[in-house]
Ligand binder design. Structure first.
Ligand SMILES: [Zn+2]
Length: 158
């Protein structure tokens, strides 16, 4: 069996009065993430981890942010397209582990729904997906509530 690991990282700016979607779930907050698509930071980090695991480049190459095709798109659609590329190469997903760095709001109550949305989009079990959240102790851009960051690692195998 061939096992490969991938790592993904993504950042978006947080802006007052913008809708906030994370892990495919709409979050109730005064700020939201700014981006060409729906700016779902967690889903973008997972896409990059998957592409990285298969050495397929990065999300910007496959879904360019100057393309009208991806303007305002639900990032779960990008994730589904990414999964298809991975499966076309004969890989299946082992597990995915993620950390979201965000000062506010607390997202603990949304995590179960995010895992459900992601498992549906990826066609894998919920127990293959781990999502953790942390603040960065009021330090840096996440601490100042200027932005959100997400990290993801994934194992794929064939
Ligand atoms: Zn992004």
């Amino acid at each position: 069996m061939q096992t490969r690991i991938g790592f993904g990282y993504d950042v978006h700016q947080l802006i007052e009065g913008t809708p906030f979607r994370l892990g495919g779930v709409d979050i109730d907050h005064s700020k939201g993430a700014l981006g060409h698509s729906d700016a779902d930071t967690l889903v973008h980090a997972i896409c990059d981890a998957l592409l990285g695991a298969a050495a397929l480049g990065d999300i910007g190459q496959h879904f360019p942010d100057n393309s009208a095709d991806y303007k305002g798109i639900n990032s779960l659609i990008l994730l589904e397209k990414t999964i298809r590329m991975i499966r076309d190469l004969g890989y299946s997903i082992g597990n995915i582990d993620c950390t979201v760095c965000l000062q506010k709001p607390k997202i603990q109550a949304y995590i179960d729904d995010m895992r459900s949305a992601l498992s549906l989009a990826m066609g894998i079990e919920k127990n293959q997906i781990s999502i953790k959240a942390t603040t960065e102790e009021k330090l840096g851009f996440t601490g100042r509530e200027e932005g959100i960051a997400a990290y993801a690692v994934v194992l794929i195998m064939k």
